[in-house]
Design a protein around this ligand. Sequence first.
Ligand code: ADP
Length: 168
Amino acid sequence: MIKLQIRIGDITDFNGDAIVNAANHSLLGGGGVDGAIHHAAGPALNNACMKLNGCKTGEAKLTDGYNLPANYIIHTVGPIWHATKTDAIQLANCYRNALRIAVNHGFKTIAFPSISTGAYGYPLDQAAPIAVKTILQFPSDIAVSMVCFDERTADAYQRALQNYESGF
Ligand code: ADP
């Protein structure tokens, strides 16, 4: 079974097999967590990303971690919030496809940021239960950390985890 831990921190400090990047279609860097990851990984990351031909919403692609403490980066592109059913499907696909890459490479420890709830505008109280459910229902024994940048975000994921565990 997947082990899920929710914590507050900067995902670029995660010292494990892989961190997940909430990237954009170009994979060439942006603001928020994407900018922080590109900054911490160094310019070699951008060179690697240029060879990937971008990434579609809900899909995921792997690169090395370069100067990061984490060995690899799994880049995924969250949906921009449009208040449609597609948003939820695509958001779940981000978590599922990132986990699939992690499992296929034998990773034991990975960290996710709160995908889509920053610049992409996905309401936190709707994104968190989707993330928690998708992670916990993924068939694997990988250890997953949700690394939240602030307390409000961590609270939302903690609540979603408690609700999931109590059957809501
Ligand atoms: P998106 O475009 O998918 O919404 P953002 O980067 O704008 O992505 O925001 C996603 C989440 O990542 C937000 O909760 C934001 O506060 C958080 N975040 C920003 N920088 C970091 C970081 N260094 N580590 C972890 N989370 C971060």
